[in-house]
Write a protein that binds this ligand. Structure first.
Ligand SMILES: *[C@@H]1O[C@H](CO)[C@@H](O)[C@H](O)[C@H]1NC(C)=O
Ligand SMILES: *[C@@H]1O[C@H](CO)[C@@H](O)[C@H](O)[C@H]1NC(C)=O
Ligand SMILES: *[C@@H]1O[C@H](CO)[C@@H](O)[C@H](O)[C@H]1NC(C)=O
Length: 595
């Protein structure tokens, strides 16, 4: 959220200039703009950057001609991804209504911009995105649905040639491609239990029957990323407890070595390509309570270097606990728990539980200043890695999507009950928080287990799965069928979704206090759906109190909506601090904690 502030201007340092030179000021484009992707053309004649405002998900691509008098030469609206093939040739995908289905080529060699269509995706469950191979020889056209992919290669030296198909889309095959020394390196979900493996093949024979296995992660390990360098390949992998790097020379894959990353690291972010030169892997490590720190790994020296010295112990008094809870069907669900060591009884401490559990994505554990603030104020922070997320690989996602969605709900309940069993907090001091699709599990939990928590904070939550997934006019309905099902056409999907959908299952009973942050320009979770949820919630709570003769609710229900902001929330520092402050004020009041 905060990174954009460090990049408000592009600077250029050239010989003879002591002062950096401003190339582009974002405020000239939009008042609340942030940068998405930045790419220098191969001969450094042009620079392209996508700039997005807070109120829309559609970004603009700004193209600057560099040289003695740098100037904006072109602005292309509604661009999702882009890459340079040559100095005068830019490929991009257009985005409209949250979909990206077309690849265009934009050329400048005639002195004016000229656009041509290169690829059109016919299946609207797919989303099309461009990436440049690490060696800059190919641009990959990546067509991905939630369970399928297909990659086409644009040769950067012959950009006008028809893109070459790597492997036609096949049922349940997901793959990603990079290139080095005339060979394609492919991450594909064709390992044991359909997990990712690394394979390779010659560019001249790209299809699946030629793929040869070169690396397979172990059991219950998630392969997070692969980076190709001049002579080496570095694999980033994780278990629920830790991250590590496996590195091997491209010429001798059996000569591999493993480096464990520091145990406090919960999130890894690879450094932007602008800075990458030679055989060095640059990345940042962080945790919810630890700001990002720079790390370097040299595959040649097989050594890890850090900003502050690798051995420095980071948070002396912060306890990080990796534990698990046994879910209803016996599955062990990992949790990460943070608290400060102190004499005060842990049972009497407030607890904030985090959950997500969708799309095979890991629960967000990047640094948040407000999490650190809570930790320092004595709170316990718990992160539940429930099924539907990606922490234990692709199978972990499959075990919590479609008609297995309720596994995630069982997992969340098991985690919260287990925290209490471990002597961490108690229901009257416990709050739950989730964003976006995490709202499904959080909302369902409020219907099923209101007695286990006191308060809930939700940001742009998805709460009405049943109606949304039956409304084909909403942008994501088709694309999301592989995650939630198709309630419009399949009655067993409809019944299953109806059994957990948070909105559908609101009923007269007690509820924890609920605070919802909504963004008025949200294209994914329409404001109207949150109004409907809040109004229905107030109705059922009032009905319950009337019947039981308990006038004057003990639970607070708030919808806090922000104008001019889209699904991902504000990028403006002041606005995001304001938003967090309201969450904290709500939590302190509802849990009855004095500051
Ligand atoms: C490849 O690595 C293995 C294991 O370290 C080593 O024994 C072997 O000699 C290496 N082969 C070559 C060709 O370098
Ligand atoms: C850690 O806790 C001990 C004992 O409570 C205290 O003396 C020390 O100052 C704390 N250290 C830090 C870095 O907070
Ligand atoms: C509904 O979906 C299930 C699998 O999720 C499938 O087995 C079933 O055949 C589908 N029914 C219809 C009517 O399409």
């Amino acid at each position: 959220m905060f990174w954009s502030f460090f990049f408000f201007f592009f600077f250029s340092y050239t010989q003879g200039h002591q002062q950096p030179e401003i190339l582009l000021s974002l405020s000239a484009v939009e008042s609340t703009a942030s940068l998405q992707r930045v790419r220098l053309s191969p001969g450094e004649k042009f620079l392209a950057a996508t700039v997005k405002s807070d109120h829309s998900e559609e970004a603009s691509c700004v193209i600057l001609k560099l040289g003695d008098n740098p100037a904006v030469t072109h602005i292309q609206r509604n661009v999702f991804s882009f890459e340079w093939a040559r100095d005068e040739v830019l490929f991009y995908t257009s985005q409209s209504n949250l979909r990206s289905l077309h690849v265009y080529c934009l050329t400048f060699d005639k002195g004016y911009p000229e656009t041509s269509l290169v690829y059109e995706e016919q299946d609207s469950r797919f989303f099309v995105e461009l990436w440049c191979s690490k060696d800059k020889k190919f641009i990959t056209i990546n067509c991905n649905s939630k369970r399928n992919s297909e990659v086409h290669l644009i040769n950067c030296f012959c950009p006008s040639r028809t893109p070459v198909l790597v492997q036609p889309r096949t049922a349940d095959l997901i793959y990603h491609v990079d290139h080095r020394n005339e060979e394609l390196y492919i991450l594909a979900n064709i390992g044991p239990n359909s997990e990712y493996q690394l394979l390779k093949t010659a560019v001249s024979s790209p299809s699946i029957e030629n793929w040869r296995l070169i690396y397979s992660p172990g059991q219950s390990v998630k392969l997070v990323d692969m980076e190709l360098f001049d002579q080496h390949c570095v694999i980033l992998a994780r278990t629920p407890q830790c991250f590590y790097l496996d590195c091997f020379p491209l010429g001798n894959v059996s000569h591999s070595s493993r480096i464990m990353l520091p145990p406090w690291a919960c999130a890894v972010e690879a450094a932007s390509e602008l800075h990458l030169k030679g055989d060095v892997f640059r990345f940042k490590l962080s945790s919810p309570v630890e700001p990002p720190k720079d790390f370097l790994y040299s595959p040649v020296k097989r050594q890890l270097f850090s900003e502050e010295g690798f051995t420095k112990k980071v948070q002396t008094n912060c306890t990080i606990m990796h534990t698990d809870a046994r879910s209803q069907d016996g599955t062990l669900v990992p949790m990460t728990v943070f608290h400060m060591g102190s004499d005060r009884q842990l049972t009497d401490r407030p607890l904030l539980v985090h959950v997500y559990g969708a799309y095979g994505m890991d629960l967000d554990m990047a640094f948040k200043p407000e999490s650190r603030l809570l930790l320092d104020s004595g709170w316990i922070l718990a992160y539940c890695h429930v099924r539907g997320g990606g922490e234990l690989g692709l199978a972990w996602h499959a075990a919590g999507c479609l008609t297995k969605k309720k596994n995630g709900l069982d997992d969340l309940k098991a985690c919260i009950v287990q925290l209490f069993k471990l002597g961490l907090s108690q229901p009257s001091l416990t709050a739950l928080t989730a964003s976006s699709a995490g709202g499904v599990l959080a909302g369902a939990f409020c219907n099923e287990n209101p007695e286990l928590i006191r308060a809930v904070v939700l940001r742009a939550p998805f709460l009405d799965v049943l109606h949304s997934m039956q409304d084909p006019s909403l942008a994501l309905t088709i694309e999301e069928q592989e995650e939630w099902g198709d309630p419009a056409m399949n009655s067993s999907h409809r019944d299953y979704i109806a059994s957990y959908c948070p909105f559908k299952n609101l009923r007269p009973q007690t509820y924890p206090s609920i605070f919802i942050t909504a963004y008025e320009e949200d294209q994914r979770v329409p404001l109207q759906s949150l109004w409907s949820y809040i109004n229905r919630l107030k109705d059922v709570v009032a009905t319950y109190e009337e019947v039981n003769g308990k006038a004057g609710s003990s639970s607070t229900i708030i919808l806090d909506s922000y104008p001019g902001i889209g699904h991902s929330g504000p990028t403006d520092l002041k606005k995001s601090i304001q938003e967090s402050a309201r969450h904290l004020a709500f939590l302190y009041r509802e849990l009855g904690i004095s500051t």
